[in-house]
Design a protein around this ligand. Structure first.
Ligand code: SF4
Length: 398
């Protein structure tokens, strides 16, 4: 295992400053060879790098290391050349030759004020920061985080708060980013006070990967702020993808958060080469559950540029969930979901929301066309009538 000099255990800001942020840093710390550094330089120009010393220490010197795959840039981030059937279906369904899109789940499409997305009637998403402790190679907001104009993160927060005040039907606010906990404690506390002044908000959900990539972020002071007796309940949704990420320090921070009255949930992205196996998911979900963190979603990968190599097919995902039943405690088995592209909301992939209508197989790819029932037909902020959505699903077989 690679070793880095560590700082004061609670000094998260210094740890962030000491993060590895370019291919030269990766080569200097022997995470990649000099040759590899040359090969992935162009990838790193397109999709930025940041790896905290803590997360870097989890990376093993093997191309199969699941932490390496999530953090180190790779040539596979170049989108592949697609077979004809895939481009044809993509044109039919998405009006473009490739299914991937820089705004894969419609954060911008459903933006109602700067930094604010309103997809479902009762909840809204506030994009607080474009910064993360680690820039994950699989991230579904990869294009937004690497957008030079920072379109999703532009502007002050006042118009978003004005919108929320004018829409008291919004009872849950989701803070996301990037990582909202990359803001310092003072800024977060100020924002919590502004949220407290919004009469409609009863629930505050914070989507953060800090427990995975920078557990020292959960200082005593931050935990005190979270436990300050706010009018709204606080849930932290963490993002553990592999059991190796549940280190002793990460588990300790989860328990501290639980003791502070924070509800803990976890969402995992299903990824080829990282966690797409029954044994890995079983250990991940069960360990999360045993540490007071409920695995509530397993996400099928979104159609995000630069992430094709992580894709598994829907059928593989469904088989995994079937095989996990009985192996993990009931509450530890998450719902397997897909965000229907460009903002149509989530479909459960283990339910009647999904029906296969066609299938393909070649030497390189396996794929299928599904008909999905978007939640827009039930309770979304969008008015799409009762239209079903077609979904193109395919993955490499290599
Ligand atoms: S921490 Fe979250 S938002 Fe940031 S790069 Fe990773 S997955 Fe994306």
């Amino acid at each position: 295992m690679l070793k880095f000099e560590t700082n004061q255990p609670e000094d998260w800001k210094r740890e962030l400053l000491n993060s590895l942020t370019n291919v030269q840093d990766l080569a200097d710390h022997r995470l990649i060879s000099k040759d590899e550094a040359g090969r992935v330089e162009s990838i790193s120009q397109e999709f930025k790098i940041r790896i905290t010393p803590y997360y870097a220490q989890l990376i093993e010197n093997s191309p199969d290391c699941p932490i390496r795959k999530q953090a180190i840039p790779h040539l596979s981030e170049r989108d592949p050349f697609l077979p004809e059937w895939a481009t044809e279906w993509s044109r039919k369904i998405y009006n473009r030759p490739e299914p991937w899109h820089p705004d894969p789940i419609g954060d911008l499409q459903l933006q109602v004020a700067p930094r604010l997305t309103h997809r479902y009637g009762q909840r809204a998403i506030l994009h607080l920061s474009s910064m993360c402790a680690v820039y994950c190679r699989f991230c579904f907001r990869k294009s937004h985080l690497n957008d030079e104009n920072r379109t999703l993160y532009e502007g002050g927060l006042q118009p978003a708060f004005d919108y929320l005040r004018e829409h008291p039907e919004i009872s849950e606010l989701i803070l996301t980013g990037g990582d909202p906990l990359s803001l310092n404690d003072l800024m977060l506390e100020k924002i919590f006070h502004q949220i407290e002044a919004l009469p409609g908000i009863q629930m505050l959900r914070i989507h953060s990967r800090m427990a995975v990539t920078l557990p020292s972020r959960f200082t005593e002071n931050l935990i005190k702020i979270l436990n300050q007796g706010w009018r709204f309940n606080i849930t932290i949704v963490s993002h553990f993808n592999h059991p190796k990420e549940l280190t002793e320090i990460a588990r300790k921070k989860l328990r501290m958060l639980r003791r502070a009255g924070v509800t803990l949930l976890n969402q995992t992205v299903l990824m080829r080469g990282v966690n797409a196996s029954v044994t890995t998911l079983q250990l991940l979900f069960q360990t999360l559950y045993e540490n007071g963190c409920i695995p509530y979603y397993l996400h099928h990968p979104d159609w995000t540029p630069g992430t094709f190599h992580f894709r598994v097919s829907v059928q593989e995902g469904r088989n995994l969930i079937q095989n996990l039943r009985g192996l993990v405690s009931g509450p530890a088995l998450p719902e397997y979901v897909l965000d229907i592209p460009q903002g149509l909301g989530k479909a459960s992939l283990m339910s009647n929301d999904i029906e296969k209508i066609d299938g393909f197989k070649s030497n390189e790819f396996t794929g299928a066309i599904y008909e999905l029932t978007p939640p827009s037909t039930r309770n979304s902020n969008r008015n799409e009538g009762n239209k079903k959505a077609l979904y193109l699903d395919f993955a490499t077989t290599l």
